[in-house]
Design a protein. Structure first.
Length: 534
């Protein structure tokens, strides 16, 4: 059980890391003590599990990798909402069994309100699982993982239902074991002819083709060629980013690993695409969207920046030698940054619960479902998109030229004037970073129709963005350290250690600037840009 931000009342959280395997009825389990670190296998326990899964009529939760069920049987019976964190990791929110078997508790509906937005939830499938569970034990008796041997009978209600399906699968779920155990278990099971499952969840397997959208081919970027309409290429990219935004909304509410970051990147990619390809759309529709995406990105950015800065300063102070550590450095940094992060995340939650955010999501859905194309959007992608990506790339050149002009006019003399010059240069480098980010996203969006040349430009722009990102993070860390040092001083603490850390951050920022020229040269090579000059 883990504590996750935002849980109230009787709702609890559980982090689930597991791997699934397909098995046939007659397959015998291998000796699981062959799995490294497993010294013994505990006694088997038989469990009868019955679950009803809930979703919207168009399966919006399942399409986002989210499962919502009411399950009886086992020690964890109740209502479960599972949110994806990674390929084999999910956060599970739990509530006790409610009186009603058919009405999803309000707390869980609230968690996925960005996906629902007024849509009704109803039962879409039922699963009856006969499970035999065995604990995998370390030499000292610690339960490293559990091996579940499941026989599943599923009945689908969605999309006209269908005949019940039955299959057998195995699940290895970590308890106190390390992730490497999953790899070792995979090796042992593969030697016995048992392969990894192609389905990430029982529900997805039960729903089957019901999850295939009617416009599946249109949604697949890898099926778009140079002769595809430019508008189709761009809208396919936009749709994918909307799906990412929605998929990570529930996790962002509880500060799940990487969720805020992924939402922020998706919002930036959406805004960048609407900027780069604004000539393909009716701007009376897309310009207001760009403004709303900027608002959302800034809100997500405040929470994400606080998260990154906290980790950076914590890592920095942890490496401080004992003879340079004066006062409660670690506790003060953690306290100050925890407060900053909590405030930023609370503001994010307020934004995600606001009607403004839900109106933005409605507008994004409308955009990708019925794009307001201009005539230019109907032209071949290879006649339109490279040139628009080139426009984005040249923004980097103009921003870099501004940095050069500042360097040529670098103030000398007093410390105040020198500091002013450094601040101006830092702001100019930040503009280069923003331009590189937009050029990167533009190139990524073009990869479906332009292939490797677009990928190459995207990679070069990403490298430039990362170098300048390190510089920007260092500037932010220096500002934070000055503020924390002042708070420590006012509290009567010795602020010497914060000065040491500030000096280290200055060195890191200067080192990042040294890499800037190399990354810029790589991103501006004529042969890297040639494909945009059509």
């Amino acid at each position: 059980m883990v504590a996750l931000r935002g849980y109230e009342g009787t709702m609890t959280g559980h982090r689930e890391v597991e791997r699934k395997f397909d098995a046939h009825e007659g397959d015998a389990l291998p000796d699981l003590t062959d799995v490294e670190a497993v010294a013994a296998v505990g006694a088997a326990t038989d469990i009868d599990l019955r679950a009803t899964y809930f979703d919207t009529a168009d399966l919006r939760l399942a399409r986002a990798g989210i499962t919502l069920r009411r399950r009886t049987g086992g020690l964890d019976e109740g209502w479960h909402l599972k949110l994806p964190v990674g390929p084999e990791e999910r956060t599970e929110m739990r509530l006790p069994l409610a009186t009603s078997e058919s009405v999803v508790p309000d707390q869980l509906q609230h968690e996925v309100r960005a996906l629902l937005r007024g849509r009704m939830l109803g039962p879409v499938a039922s699963l009856h699982t006969l499970r035999t569970e065995r604990p995998l034990l370390a030499a000292d008796g610690t339960v490293l993982a559990t091996m579940a041997d499941d026989t599943v009978r599923a009945q689908r209600f969605a999309s006209g239902g269908g005949a019940a399906t039955t299959w057998r699968e195995l699940e290895v779920e970590l308890v106190d074991g390390e992730p490497a155990l999953l790899g070792d278990a995979t090796r042992v099971l593969a030697a016995a002819g048992i392969s990894r499952s192609s389905s990430p969840s029982k529900l997805r397997r039960a729903l089957g083709e019901a999850l295939d959208p009617p416009d599946a081919d249109r949604r697949r970027p890898d099926r778009l060629g140079r002769d595809a309409p430019a508008g189709t290429v761009v809208v396919t990219y936009l749709r994918a980013q909307v799906e990412v935004l929605l998929a990570h909304d529930p996790g962002a509410r509880h500060d799940a690993p990487d969720a805020v970051h992924q939402m922020r990147v998706a919002s930036r990619r959406l805004r960048s695409a609407l900027t780069t390809y604004r000539s393909l759309f009716d701007r009376t529709r897309t310009d207001p969207l760009r403004g709303e995406l900027k608002w959302l990105g800034q809100t997500l950015g405040a929470a994400r920046d606080a998260e990154v800065l906290w980790a950076r300063l914590d890592q920095l102070q942890a490496a401080l030698p004992p003879d340079l550590r004066f006062g409660p450095v670690a506790s003060r940094i953690r306290s100050e940054m925890a407060t900053t992060h909590r405030v930023a995340h609370d503001l994010l939650i307020d934004a995600l619960d606001h009607d403004r955010y839900h109106a933005l999501l409605d507008d994004l859905d409308a955009l990708v479902d019925d794009p307001p194309f201009t005539e230019r959007a109907g032209r071949r992608a290879d006649h339109v998109i490279p040139r628009l990506v080139g426009h984005a790339a040249r923004r980097v050149d103009r921003a870099a030229a501004a940095v050069d002009r500042i360097a040529e006019a670098e103030p000398t003399g007093t410390a105040t004037r020198a500091r002013s010059g450094r601040d101006e240069r830092s702001m100019a480098l930040h503009e280069v970073r923003k331009a590189a980010k937009q050029a990167r996203y533009a190139a990524e969006s073009a990869a479906a129709s332009s292939g490797r040349p677009a990928e190459r430009l995207g990679n070069r722009m990403e490298a430039l963005q990362e170098v300048l990102g390190e510089h920007q993070d260092s500037v932010g860390a220096q500002q934070a350290l000055r503020a924390i040092a002042l708070a420590a001083h006012l509290a009567g603490e010795n602020a010497f250690s914060y000065g040491v850390l500030h000096g280290q951050e200055q060195a890191r920022g200067e080192a990042a600037q040294e890499g800037y020229r190399t990354a810029l040269a790589a991103a501006t090579k004529p042969k890297v840009r040639a494909w945009t000059e059509v």
